[in-house]
Design a protein around this ligand. Structure first.
Ligand SMILES: NC(=O)c1ccc[n+]([C@@H]2O[C@H](COP(=O)([O-])OP(=O)(O)OC[C@H]3O[C@@H](n4cnc5c(N)ncnc54)[C@H](OP(=O)(O)O)[C@@H]3O)[C@@H](O)[C@H]2O)c1
Length: 340
């Protein structure tokens, strides 16, 4: 099979964030889940960077930072890219909230880097679960959000910036209620919140709040994560790439509906991080932000598709007294289980 044509990285728009950060508007996701091995994901990172990607979304819990590190080393040695040309994100996993520096140093060692562009607190809960557990299993040690505890983790994140180990810090899976607390008490503000965003889950209130605070949204599952394991699907879940409006717009542009989801995200002011290890797919996701934009009417039509349909519900992070996954998301503006 022939390799897709490269995309000139200079044509990929940069999103300007606080503290002078500029992030390429499309990043490559690297969560292979049950479907792809660490080597397959690393090989995709290799090809993606050779073909024009400059933004890679990593995390310790994805279990492939070592393999991605080998790829980065080779690319630097071959002179394909320089370190400063890349935007590399990683995330501290829930079981390391009390050992942020150790976790960061481990990710840096695995990735073979001396600094990260962005380090995120992956979830606002220190709640761990074993790989592949069923969605209804609960860790007996799991706790609700405890702000004082999160602040300690955040202070350790801030220290990483002070020490030059990371350039910027951010949050992931935060709600408005939790973010309000953090912004009140932090010394260094998060430049981004990484959160689920796709046409069927647009999170308009949180997105508007973040925008008002100058915090950008990195959108995960921008295509609606059609390949996520069956155990992570519920009967209510919809499929954005099968939505007739998305399908019709895709036909009008002569592309796959997934590409329309990525275009919409980028034009909507988010930073989507679609995943694929298949070059024709991941390059379509990058190329699409350099050409043939959606019209205002198409953007308006997609805005109407929001169903408030969260796919990554986080059930495995629930504590024993929690009712159900809605307790993780502060839907009534209150933080479940948290006494102020
Ligand atoms: N911060 C967090 O808590 C968090 C949570 C979840 C995910 N993430 C990040 O977000 C990334 C993306 O999320 P995700 O992988 O769950 O979902 P996604 O990007 O919405 O969906 C990925 C799926 O879409 C398909 N796809 C990708 N590009 C396509 C194209 N151009 N045409 C047709 N199909 C296409 C892929 O199919 P194939 O398998 O056939 O290639 C893959 O199965 C992850 O890899 C990870 O880096 C972060």
């Amino acid at each position: 099979m022939t390799s897709p044509l490269p995309v000139n990285p200079a044509l990929v728009p940069l999103v300007a964030c606080q503290h002078g950060a500029t992030i390429p508007v499309v990043g490559l996701g690297t969560f292979g889940s049950d479907n792809y091995t660490p080597d397959q994901v690393a090989s995709a990172v290799d090809q993606a960077i050779r073909l024009g990607y400059r933004h890679i979304d990593c995390a310790a819990v994805y279990g492939n930072e070592k393999e991605i590190g080998c790829v980065l080393k080779r690319l630097f040695e071959e002179g394909v890219v320089k370190r400063e040309d890349l935007w590399i994100t990683s995330k501290v996993w829930n079981n390391k909230h009390g050992a942020v520096r150790e976790a960061c140093l481990e990710s840096l060692a695995n990735l073979g880097l001396s600094y990260l562009d962005l380090y995120l607190v992956h979830w606002p809960f220190p709640n761990h679960h074993e790989k592949g557990v069923t969605v209804d299993s609960r860790d007996p040690h799991a706790v609700p959000y405890v702000h004082a505890r999160y602040l300690k983790t955040w202070a350790a994140m801030e220290a990483l910036v002070d020490d030059g180990l990371v350039r910027h810090i951010g949050t992931s899976n935060m709600t408005k209620a939790k973010m309000q607390l953090l912004l009140k008490d932090c010394r260094i503000r998060p430049i981004v919140n990484e959160m689920e965003m796709h046409p069927h889950f647009q999170q308009p209130e949180l997105f508007a709040y973040l925008t008002g605070e100058g915090i950008k949204a990195i959108g995960f599952c921008p295509i609606g994560s059609p390949g996520r394991p069956e155990r992570d699907k519920t009967p209510e879940d919809t499929v954005p790439i099968e939505d007739p409006v998305i399908v019709a717009i895709a036909q009008a542009h002569g592309v796959h509906p997934a590409v329309i989801c990525v275009k919409w995200a980028a034009q909507n002011g988010q930073i989507p991080i679609p995943f694929s290890v298949k070059p024709e797919k991941f390059m379509a996701n990058l190329r699409c932000v350099t050409e043939d934009p959606l019209t205002p009417a198409e953007m308006a039509a997609i805005k109407q598709l929001d169903k408030g349909n969260r796919f990554i519900k986080g059930q495995v992070f629930l504590w024993s007294e929690a009712k159900d996954w809605h307790d993780l998301w502060d839907e009534d503006g209150r933080i479940a289980g948290y006494e102020r």
